[in-house]
Design a protein around this ligand. Structure first.
Ligand SMILES: C[S@@+](CC[C@H](N)C(=O)[O-])C[C@H]1O[C@@H](n2cnc3c(N)ncnc32)[C@H](O)[C@@H]1O
Ligand code: SF4
Length: 430
């Protein structure tokens, strides 16, 4: 991998890669919905694709020119999809263990729109027994009454997209909010008393220097969030930055990977000194015994995930699937009473093991005995040369009995995971 931040994806979100998911697998996904369930845990992800502005680094499916009528139609679409899904034999009667309102910007919706959305969803697909209900917010979309509504609606974990505290940097990267809105929103969030709070930062935004990064980290620590998530800026091909660079013929001058890693390394040290613990390659938690990540941990260990909304990614009975990626197709399907599944993939048992390994390793360690028991394959033996290489390059603190990544390994984790991607490696070599 080159040191400079080239256009292209970095973050590993799933395995096998999305490029292998096929339309031809849709009948199999629909058959899985129509069949009895497995005994996996069940989660729910809802994609809310609205934002006030498109951040120049963002690669998610979002819409910015939206009317109240669009929001209403989409919310009704989500409720219709929830009803369709809840009636399927693979879902009916099951307990939803965790919920994630992601986006886009779920907090783009007004308090009244949110109340209607939640009521519409709950009329068919309830989550009374959920252990965690996460809700993503962009600071400038919040108001005090909206934050109280989120608490009243049962959100247990608020995740705030802070990204940076420097107003020049926020503006240069196309964020819709400034630092004053972060501080204002944070006061409302703490006053409302959510069981858990998270703040997102990005290391290496356009215009970042080590000094500005240090100030952002210090200000973030002073908020005292239960967890802090730090991403390293990547430049996927569908971002405004990459588009602008191609049009102008000049590269976007963002920090290179070693610099971003050094900045995250510094942030980890500062957070540890302030009482946080490292909980993954991106996450710091204040009280590991109290702060859990049900969404992350259950999903990474192979739970089912019902994906609602345009372009959402789900997993059911051993199959990956994704919903229609465009507004008209998605709404056309759910309004016509059809599940909006657009593509899918049935991974082999070995591929599911690789998925659990690569997602699990993002936490920094792997319970290889559990995986051996679950899949009948010993990850240490089956990928012995990969482990030896990682150890020799200083990416591991220990290999046995369980592999533990070193700090260097954690900070580079997404670049290391491809070593376990078997089929892709073999295909590239042939
Ligand atoms: C859906 S957004 C969070 C909620 C809300 N939309 C916001 O931005 O405030 C998810 C997070 O992804 C991260 N993110 C988005 N694009 C990124 C990129 N190109 N590189 C690294 N992180 C990125 C940001 O930290 C962002 O907070
Ligand atoms: S980072 Fe958040 S606010 Fe910005 S465009 Fe992406 S989803 Fe919207």
């Amino acid at each position: 991998m080159s040191d400079s931040t080239e256009p292209g994806g970095y973050f590993v979100a799933n395995y096998p890669p999305f490029s292998r998911w096929q339309t031809a697998a849709v009948p199999e996904v629909l058959a899985a919905f129509a069949a009895p369930p497995t005994d996996a845990a069940l989660g729910l992800y809802l994609h809310v694709p609205f934002c006030r502005k498109r951040c120049k680094f963002c690669y998610f499916r979002v819409y910015t020119e939206t009317t109240a009528a669009d929001v209403e139609r989409y919310s009704q679409g989500l409720a219709a999809e929830a009803a369709l899904v809840a009636g399927q034999p693979a879902v009916a009667g099951r307990t939803v263990r965790y919920v994630y309102f992601g986006g886009g910007t779920p907090s783009f919706l007004s308090a009244r729109q949110l109340e209607r959305l939640v009521a519409g969803l709950r009329s068919s697909l309830g989550w009374d027994a959920a252990e965690e209900v996460t809700f993503e917010c962009e600071p400038g979309t919040l108001s005090e009454p909206k934050v109280r509504t989120l608490r009243d609606l049962g959100m247990t974990r608020i995740s705030l997209g802070v990204e940076n505290f420097d107003d020049t940097i926020l503006e240069a990267n196309g964020r819709a909010h400034l630092s004053a809105e972060i501080l204002r929103a944070w006061d409302w969030i703490t006053a409302a008393g959510f069981p858990s709070t998270n703040v997102d930062l990005i290391a290496g935004m356009l215009g970042e220097t080590f000094e500005s990064w240090q100030r952002t980290v210090e200000q973030t620590l002073s908020l005292g969030a239960d967890s802090i998530t730090i991403y390293q800026l990547e430049l996927p091909l569908n971002t405004v930055f990459v588009h602008d660079a191609r049009t102008s013929g000049t590269a976007t001058p963002v920090a290179d990977w070693p610099t971003k890693r050094a900045w995250v390394d510094w942030a980890f040290d500062r957070a540890i000194a302030a009482g946080y613990s490292v909980s993954s390659g991106y996450t710091l938690v204040r009280d590991p015994a109290r702060v859990q990540f049900r969404y992350r941990d259950m999903l990474w260990e192979g739970s089912d995930l019902l994906a609602l909304g345009v372009a959402s990614f789900g997993h059911l009975s051993g199959l990956h699937y994704q919903n229609a990626t465009h507004w008209d197709e998605y709404l056309g399907a759910v309004e016509g009473g059809r599940l909006p599944v657009q593509r899918g993939l049935r991974p082999t048992g070995r591929e599911l093991l690789v998925r659990e390994m690569v997602l699990g390793l993002k936490r920094g360690w792997l319970d290889t005995e559990r995986l051996h028991g679950k899949y009948g394959i010993d990850p240490l033996a089956a990928w012995a040369p990969v482990w030896v290489g990682l150890e020799a390059e200083g990416f591991l603190d220990q290999l046995r009995p369980r592999p533990h990544l070193s700090r260097k390994g954690l900070l580079t984790v997404d670049a290391l995971l491809h070593r376990f991607f078997e089929a892709e490696r073999l295909a590239a070599a042939s």
